[in-house]
Design a binder for this molecule. Structure first.
Ligand SMILES: Cc1cc2nc3c(=O)[nH]c(=O)nc-3n(C[C@H](O)[C@H](O)[C@H](O)COP(=O)(O)O)c2cc1C
Length: 336
């Protein structure tokens, strides 16, 4: 039966799903406010969780919030409500990135797979080596159709473009390693056990011993803890997520599309990790767009394949994200 009101349990379940989304260095740059009379959840950028050096325009914040919106919408469909998403609903309040009104019975199943919610809690970034086995074309085709619904494109670069994309990513890594202020900002996001945000060191994974795959080094200083090294796939399967335009609305669309693709990959048993480094430098990002035949604005580079699951990362509690007092005796709200 469809729910009729936006009560606290429903709100917590929806916000928990939203907060399971990926974010740059797992900073979780969002908070939520619910308006029960309007049956609406407002999604805000969290001012204290911005990364001014790595993400000066807050592009990654918008991508992350877009991904959270996709999870929220998938959970709403699961709970019998149609999510009506408005991006940037009040131009005078740029920090209010979206509102989601819960309308009648879900119709999104016509546009999105109704079982998308099953992947919300199973999806994780996997920064581990993948098998050489290719992701089948029908899966990629489903992904391409899906991201188009969200206003983005998913491209499979050919051998030349793959090499160039990895070179640009490696160059971004080198720059990051030589920039003390950015290194300090990234390092501050690496956490020990117990923190409910940031990227735990155990989740960072090994580096590629062959040097072909420029995985993020997370700016660990030379005298920091040594990273394990092992051989990754020789020819990584890459997907480039692009939009036609740039700016806050396009970034939110890209985030919705990113998470739509990641959830579908998860349903198909395909792992993914992100190679975002080159996108954080305007000149390198411009060179990425030069690799497309038509007009394209790169938003995310994905590595996909079959392999082990990634490590779990922490999340802030939904009650805290909603500004509610922490529940003492309430079981964690989830949408299965
Ligand atoms: C905009 C954005 C950029 C990201 N960039 C990278 C990256 O360059 N390298 C990486 O390993 N993970 C990257 N991630 C993945 C996050 O580190 C990851 O989502 C976060 O730690 C939470 O972990 P999970 O994806 O397993 O839930 C990025 C995620 C987002 C949304």
């Amino acid at each position: 039966m469809p729910c009729t009101t936006l009560d606290e349990d429903l709100t917590l379940a929806l916000v928990s799903a939203a907060a399971a989304a990926p974010s740059l260095h797992n900073v979780q740059p969002w908070y939520f406010r619910a308006s029960a009379p309007d049956r609406t959840i407002h999604v805000h950028a969290a001012p204290g969780r911005l990364l001014p050096r790595s993400d000066p325009d807050a592009r990654a914040v918008h991508l992350s919030v877009g991904a959270a919106l996709c999870n929220l919408a998938a959970a709403a469909v699961r709970l019998g409500r149609e999510p009506v998403v408005r991006l940037l609903p009040e131009p005078s309040r740029p920090g209010l990135l979206a509102s989601v009104r819960l309308a009648g019975r879900p119709r999104s199943g016509l546009l999105r797979r109704p079982d998308l919610h099953r992947a919300v809690w199973r999806r994780r970034s996997s920064r581990l080596p993948f098998e050489p086995e290719p992701v089948p074309e029908p899966v990629l085709s489903e992904l391409r159709d899906a991201v188009r619904l969200d206003g983005a494109e998913l491209r499979r670069p050919g051998p030349f473009a793959r090499t160039r994309l990895l070179e640009l990513t490696a160059r971004a890594e080198q720059r990051l390693a030589q920039d003390p202020a950015r290194r300090a900002e990234t390092l501050a996001c690496l956490t020990g056990p117990g923190a409910d945000w940031g990227l735990p060191r155990y989740a960072v994974g090994p580096l590629d011993s062959t040097g072909r795959l420029p995985l993020r080094g997370f700016a660990v200083p030379p005298d920091g803890p040594a990273r394990d090294r092992c051989a990754f796939e020789a020819d990584p399967q890459l997907l480039l997520l692009t939009t036609r335009y740039d700016g806050p609305a396009a970034w939110l669309h890209a985030g919705l599309a990113l998470q739509h693709a990641l959830l579908l990959l998860t349903l198909h048993g395909v792992r993914a990790s992100m190679l975002h480094q080159a996108l954080e430098w305007p000149d390198l990002r411009a060179r990425m767009s030069g690799l497309c035949r038509d007009r394209c604005v790169p938003q995310m580079l994905l590595r996909v394949g079959y392999g082990p699951a990634g490590f779990p990362t922490p999340r802030r509690a939904a009650a805290e994200l909603l500004g509610l007092p922490a529940p003492l005796d309430r079981p964690a709200a989830t949408v299965g």
